[in-house]
Design a protein around this ligand. Structure first.
Ligand SMILES: [Zn+2]
Length: 353
């Protein structure tokens, strides 16, 4: 069974030769391959080479094509600084007034900002190993993209003012979230056409550490649900799946996550995996939730294996991919990452990589 087959079967709850291990390792893959972050998020060839090299080292079931956050915002003209081997820095908002929202022009994911870097990197990796391993692309959720374009403070201010009835920004908010939704549908579709097995909506700013459950339901959920509804037939056409990733402990809205229609729901380490499997109850596949800043970063290989084994036991019988709660920290010892991957291989029945 190839990694790609194993991942697709596990997502749909079909039997596999062993559990899937899919750490979220974009920048970690780049650095472990000895590459520069900026070289990779600016150039698809470098990104593909680095992630392929990391895959040769670890042999994980999913190659993650991901590094920074602003590849979509830049398409709308957001000024971003790219320093050598550092994460990009967002310098300013492009939306500063209500009127500015309506000046945003539609963008083309195959042409604008750095969206093409990731689309082309997916295609390059797919050309080489697409039949062997699943490929996970990237995608910024409508709420996070609005934060990048308006500035997070302005977005949250508009949200609070609208929600409390102080001042009504509902139309602007709807407009900017719709732009984000439409862009992400096109971007995810382009990644599927290039060979992605998993496309994603990452809406980290929609964490309950930032907004209330009621705000999530009113201002974020409708656009996320629209995304997954629209992607469902497109994913089916390409034998692919759509993933929802929101950081933090969001247990209160796990029921809502199940209703988004996402095929895969990422659970961060702040939440309990037992709650996630109980509430989501096989309506979606779950990925998570090893702590990227716990045993993986600071512990021993034995501690990593113990944590992985506990996750696998907790999720046994459910649609599940062993993963990290959020991105693997750069600096995680290679032997600890190998221990995470060994924990699933030890459960295999003599087959598969
Ligand atoms: Zn996260």
């Amino acid at each position: 069974m190839t990694g790609r087959e194993r991942v697709l079967r596990a997502i749909h709850g079909l039997p596999t030769d062993r559990p899937v291990a899919a750490p979220y390792m974009g920048n970690y893959g780049i650095r472990t391959a000895g590459s520069s972050l900026s070289a990779c998020y600016l150039d698809s060839t470098s990104m593909a080479q680095a992630q392929l090299k990391a895959w040769e080292i670890f042999g994980q079931d999913v190659i993650v094509v991901q590094s920074d956050n602003y590849y979509m915002a830049e398409a709308f003209g957001a000024p971003v600084e790219h320093a050598p081997d550092s994460m990009p820095v967002l310098l300013d908002a492009v939306v500063k007034t209500s009127e500015d929202v309506y000046k945003l022009e539609p963008v083309d994911p195959r042409r604008d900002g750095r969206m093409p870097v990731y689309i082309e990197a997916v295609a390059r990796i797919c050309d080489k190993v697409g039949d062997q391993v699943a490929i996970r692309g990237c995608g910024t959720g409508p709420f996070v993209l609005a934060g990048h374009l308006c500035g997070i403070e302005r977005l949250l201010l508009w949200l609070v003012e609208t929600d409390s009835g102080m001042e009504d920004h509902a139309k602007e908010l709807h407009h900017i979230f719709t732009i984000g939704l439409e862009t992400l549908v096109q971007y995810a579709t382009a990644q599927l056409e290039s060979g992605a097995t998993i496309i994603q909506l990452a809406d980290s700013l929609a964490s309950l550490a930032v907004i209330s459950p009621a705000m999530y339901r009113s201002y974020v959920f409708p656009y996320e649900q629209a995304f997954f509804t629209r992607m469902k037939p497109i994913c089916a056409k390409y034998q692919a799946a759509a993933l929802l990733h929101i950081c933090g402990d969001n247990t209160t809205v796990f029921e809502d996550y199940a209703l988004t229609g996402a095929d895969i729901i990422a659970i961060d380490h702040g939440a309990r995996l037992s709650d996630a499997v109980r509430i989501i109850a096989n309506r979606a596949c779950i990925i998570g939730n090893m702590n990227p800043s716990g045993a993986l970063l600071y512990g021993t290989p034995e501690e990593v294996q113990n944590e992985a084994t506990l996750c696998l036991k907790t999720a046994a019988g459910f649609r599940y991919l062993l993963g990290t709660g959020c991105e693997v920290a750069v600096g995680t010892p290679v032997e600890n990452m190998r221990a995470m991957l060994a924990s699933v291989r030890n459960l295999g029945q003599g087959g598969g990589r």
